[in-house]
Each structure stands twice: as C-alpha cells, then as structure tokens.
Design a protein around this ligand. Structure first.
Ligand SMILES: [Zn+2]
Ligand SMILES: [Zn+2]
Length: 677
C-alpha cells in the first residue's frame, strides 16, 4: 500500500514569507501551495499557472511550500519550462496508455526530448516489440486518459516500499532502478487514477492539462536498458509534443519540409556523393559533388589568403607519444583510430599484428601538429600573430549508430586554423575573425546567425584569472566587432564552455528555421604549455603565446550537407555542380548547340549539352528536377539568328531570348563567386 510521509503537525501553524517576481512579499500559512497563491492573485492566473518555480526549482503547482521562498508561477508564456513539463506529462500518459492496452508490458524510462518525448518499454515476451501499426491505438488511449483529467499526485515513498510494489507488479526494471537512486534522494511516485510510476517530477496538476490535439506518436525503435548493449533490448516509442495544436502543425510541416530537403536524398538525386557500409562514416564524393567542394574550398582559400592566414599541411598519422604529450592519448583516445607501427604478417599462421609494435594514431584534430610547426625556429614577438590554416582531414572513431549521412561522419575535413598571438593582440584577433566569419556566412547565404559565448563549466582546468581574462577577451572582441546585439542573437551561456577554455559559438539559421552550430573560436593556454610553444618577448624572455582554435564552416562534409538542405539542392550559381545545360529542340541545331557550349565553357562555366531526341518539354522538366540553374534552349531559329532562349530555374522564371554574346557575358558574370564580383 502507498504510504504518505506525514510529519506531526506542530501545534502552532507556521507562516512563510513568499517573494514574488514583482518584489512583493506574501505571508502564507504552512500547507499553502503555489496554486493557492495563484488563485489569491486572480482567477486568470489560477487557470493559466501550470507549475511553479520555487527558489529556482520547477515544482508541481499543488506541492505545498516548505519555507520562506522565492516563487514564480510558470504559464504557457514561459515556453521552455512549459514545453518541458507537457512533454514529461505526455511521456507519462504514453506509458499509462501502453500498459492499459498491453498488459504485461513493463515500464522503464521516459524523458522529454527537444521536440517531444519517448518512453522505453519491455513488452511481454509473447508480444514482441511495438510497431508503427500500434501507434494510432495508443494515441487514442492517450486521448482517453487526457479526457479523464485525472489528478497527477506526487507521493513520497520509501525505497523498500517502491521496490516491493514494483516486484509485486512484475516491474523488474523499476524495482532494480529504485535501489540505485542515491541514498539521500527523496523518492517520489506519481499517481494518476489507478496508475503509478516512479518519477522525480515535476508534473502538471492533472492529465487534462495537456492538449489532446498537440501530440503525435512518430516512430518506434529498439533501445538497450540503460543504453548498454549488454542489457535487455527495449522497445522505444517516440512522440512529438507541444503546447497547442498550432505548434504541433508547424512542427510537422517543418519535418515534412526537412524530409524533402534531406541531403542524403538530394545528394543521390543530384549524383553528388554516396556512402556505403565498407567505409562507415567516410564519404565517396562523386565528380559533381566534388565540384561543389572545390568551389567552396577555393572561395574560402581566397578569403583566408586575404585575411593574412598561411596554409599548411600536416601528417595524417603521428606516434602515440606525440598524442600522449598533447593529452589526447588519455581520455580522448576512445575517439581515435589507432594503428600499430609494424609490418603486418602475411603468413597464414599467426596473427596479422603481433601487438608488440608501438602505437600510432590517425589525427583527430590538427592543433598539436600546428604547434609543432610553430615551434620550428625561434619566434619573436614581432612575428606574432601567426595564423596557420589547414584544410585538415581528421578521423574520429564515432560509433556507427551516431553517424548520419554527411552531417555526422568519421572522416571529415575541417576548415581549421590556429592563431598564435600575444595577450595584447587577442581582442583584435577575435574581432578580425568575427569580420571574416560574417563575410563568409553572408556570402554563403546565411545572413541570419547567432553568436553565443560559452562560459566556464563547473568542472574545469586553469586558474580563475585565466577564465576571467579569456571570457572577457572574447566578450570584448564581439563588442569591438559591434556584434553584441540582438540582431546577432548575442547571448552568454553560463557553464557551457570546454573544460579548458571558454568559446564563442556561431549558430546558423537555415531556410526552414533550423539552427546549426558550425563555427567556433576558443582561447587556449593549456596546449601551448603542454607542447612547449614560446616566443621571445620584448623583454628578451620566453613567453607562451595564446592559441586560438577557430573554424568557420566546421567541416566541409557537414557544411555541404547543411548547404544542400538550406538551398534544397538549388545551390547559388557559383556553387552549382552544373551551371547550365544547352538543350536542342531539333537535331538541326546540334552544331550550334556545341558552339554555345564551347563558348560558355571558355567563359569558365560548368556546362553540359542535351542533344537527345526528346521533346523539349521533357528536357525542361528533367533538368529542372535535377536543379540545373540555367537551361539554354536552341532550335533552328536560334541557330540562324545566333541567339539562345535562356530559362533560369525556378517558379515564375521567364524565358528570355538573348544574343549569344550577351548570354555568355551575363552567365559568366552571374557565376562569379561572391568575393570576385
Ligand atoms: Zn513522470
Ligand atoms: Zn585546434
């Protein structure tokens, strides 16, 4: 039986001072809940209040206050908190629904996610894992539970009682879990009607507080109990959950739009690249895809040259001793591909590798190698800043399950650079970088991006002074560039920095409103110390340079993936794999078509011919599906008059008849990369 913890009531009722966000203070009797306070303020608030923030912690609206407190009521306007709460409720309701419909199913965990929730179940063995066909019935049952509007009641239990109850109910996962909760933790169960779950909370006051039309179950998958492959395989049901129907619909439309833009599908349709199991997480770039890559790389290289960077190329494989010195061989090793430094055995007998050779590793990052270049020869304060750039090919040993198209890969090419500078140069270097990055993002079609400063995390290396000046330098750099404004989404994120340094992050917003973190710049004093980089300062002494790690695109693979999805495959002309196709209406125009192609190619355009004996409408449709930005149609009349009918890609684009010279000149101009215009 459930047993509620009750304290002996004191003879005198205690009173607490509750401070509200407007600064006012209310005195309330013990036992008062945030819901009571909301009701005392007004019926509107009583209805709107979903939960409460008590001394910073989100709590149930009906949980009595326990002492003098700061109280803020949470309504749907506090969207982040409200979403988290409703998603947790949906997960709870999902679990209840599944147990109602499928007796014998065991419950495990069900957290809120970025766009909804999931719940992991252990279905009855005779039943097997859930499938997508089960989802409509589960949704219906969830709606029935919501309609019943059962109160969600928090109860404090003892560990033993929880275990006993779950064992009685055949819930072995929950019974196992409760025994592992930390000793000091208050153990709470949430009850709605006849259903009960071990849960930390908080929850809304009742199941009817969520909108029955604002969620949708989306898919099922397998998941291991506690994420460990050695454990039982569970059946996970995912859903998306929102505050209201409109939000849900917006989200579903965005998902649909995102599916249409999926870079894997477009990459295949446009013949840009492929992936196959023999090279997990490494991309096979096809000729057309690599054209995009080369155009992007050439553009970036010109920008870097103009910004005073020097390009280098460093070894792909280095000795383990080097990685030990840089600190990567320790914890970071699990992300690396290690290689034995020995000649493999080719005899049938014996192992291929003896295991006695030294270890080497493929580089997971370029930083140590750049310091090794910096260390060659004596550097003086006058040599600084030194900006070493590398289109650095790196390998990281990501688990197969984490890979995703070309967005998450194991072999990737960073647009990496390290700036070695003096302390007095730091702010200016940050400012220069911000200007360069701004130009690049705007050139690539991302005028909308946000700058965030990730500040010191709880667990960190280095002195407080180091953190103070590093954070302040990055902040000052952003100010000096004039980008500490709302227009640039300027924001500081406490606790989110790397363990050795703070960093600026750059988040792009794409055409359908998704954000992607791509660029970064961070200060580092640890690696120059570890690898003994120094310069001779004005005082004749050796000083450590500050190292800035920075990238604008992040990696070419991921960035091209983002470009594909952002533009839905319709690259800006200068990046398009094929910039124009010359298509004939009749075979009489073949010679002239060849001449047009030769002229366009000579003007630097990437151009193809389509002389097939097909109807011109068929050709137009095919090339617009292949997202060719310009189609030049030529027939008998065009050949005689030395003109072309130019049709740009896109709805509402009009065909225009131009003289050949004019058409070549116009397209050549339009195809120039942004920095050469
Ligand atoms: Zn819960
Ligand atoms: Zn680096």
């Amino acid at each position: 039986m459930a047993r509620r913890c009750r304290y002996m009531r004191p003879v005198m009722t205690q009173h607490f001072k509750i401070r509200l966000p407007d600064g006012s203070v209310r005195e309330v009797a013990e036992g008062t809940t945030p819901a009571d306070i909301a009701a005392a303020i007004g019926p509107g608030l009583a209805k709107a209040a979903l939960a409460a923030r008590v001394n910073g912690e989100v709590r149930d609206i009906n949980r009595p206050l326990e002492g003098d407190s700061e109280l803020a009521l949470i309504t749907a306007r506090d969207e982040a908190d409200a979403l988290e709460l409703v998603r947790h409720d949906y997960a709870h309701i999902l679990a209840e629904a599944v147990q109602n419909l499928f007796p014998g199913t065991q419950i495990t965990f069900g957290p809120a996610t970025d766009d909804g929730f999931y719940y992991d179940f252990a279905p009855a063995p005779e039943r097997g894992p859930f499938t997508e066909e089960d989802l409509p019935a589960i949704e219906e049952e969830m709606r029935r539970i919501i309609a019943r509007d059962e109160p969600l009641v928090r109860e404090v239990w003892t560990r033993e009682d929880v275990r006993k109850l779950f064992l009685e109910q055949g819930e072995s996962f929950k019974a196992e879990w409760v025994m592992e909760l930390p000793e000091h933790e208050t153990i709470t169960m949430y009850r709605s009607g006849g259903w009960i779950d071990l849960c930390r909370g908080p929850h809304l006051a009742s199941t009817g507080k969520v909108d029955p039309q604002a969620f949708k179950l989306t898919r099922v998958s397998g998941a291991y109990w506690r994420g460990d492959q050695k454990n039982a395989m569970l059946s996970r049901i995912y859903g998306t959950g929102w505050l209201n129907r409109k939000q849900l619909e917006t989200h579903l439309t965005r998902l649909e739009e995102a599916a249409k833009r999926d870079h894997r599908r477009i990459g295949q349709d446009m013949d840009l690249f492929h992936l196959q199991a023999e090279a997990h997480g490494s991309v096979f770039w096809h000729p057309k895809g690599f054209v995009v890559w080369r155009a992007l790389e050439a553009y970036l290289r010109r920008r870097l040259d103009a910004a005073g960077y020097e390009e280098v190329k460093t070894p792909q494989v280095m000795d383990a001793r080097q990685w030990e010195q840089s600190g990567h061989w320790g914890k970071y090793r699990e992300n690396m591909f290690v290689i034995p430094d020995e000649v493999p055995n080719i005899e049938e007998e014996g192992p291929i590798i003896s295991g006695e050779g030294d270890w080497m590793a493929l580089k997971p990052m370029n930083c140590p190698a750049h310091i090794l270049i910096f260390r060659q020869g004596i550097k003086s304060y006058r040599d600084l800043p030194i900006r070493l750039a590398e289109m650095g090919v790196c390998h990281r040993n990501e688990p197969h399950g984490a890979l995703h198209g070309i967005l998450r890969v194991r072999q990737f090419t960073q647009d990496d650079a390290h700036i070695f500078c003096r302390e007095d140069q730091l702010v200016e270097e940050v400012r220069l970088f911000l200007d360069l990055l701004d130009r690049v993002y705007k050139d690539l079609g991302f005028p909308d991006y946000a700058i965030k400063l990730a500040l010191r995390p709880e667990k960190r290396f280095g002195s407080e002074e180091m953190w103070d000046w590093s954070e302040q330098s990055l902040r000052d750099g952003v100010k000096a560039a004039g980008r500490d404004t709302d227009e640039y989404g300027w924001e500081e994120l406490p606790g989110e920095g790397a363990f050795y340094a703070p960093k600026l992050e750059f988040h792009l917003t794409d055409a359908i409103g998704r954000t992607w973190q791509v660029g970064t710049i961070q200060t580092d004093t640890v690696l120059p110390e570890r690898l003994d980089a120094s310069y001779v300062a004005e005082d004749g002494q050796r000083h450590r340079p500050i190292m800035l790690h920075r990238a604008i695109l992040g990696s070419f693979e991921r960035f091209i993936g983002i470009l594909i999805e952002h533009h839905a495959g319709r690259f800006p002309l200068w990046l398009a794999p094929v910039q124009a196709v010359v298509a004939t209406i009749v075979s009489d125009a073949d010679d002239y078509a060849q001449e047009v192609v030769a002229r366009l190619a000579a003007a630097g355009l990437r151009v193809e011919t389509d002389l097939r004996n097909e109807k011109i409408n068929y050709k137009v449709r095919e090339h617009s599906l292949a997202k060719v930005p310009n189609l030049l149609v030529v027939g008998k009349r065009e050949a005689e008059e030395r003109t072309v009918a130019l049709r740009p890609l896109g709805e509402g684009a009009r065909q225009e008849v131009l003289g050949l010279d004019e058409a070549v000149e116009r397209l050549a101009k339009e195809a120039l990369p942004p920095d050469l215009r």
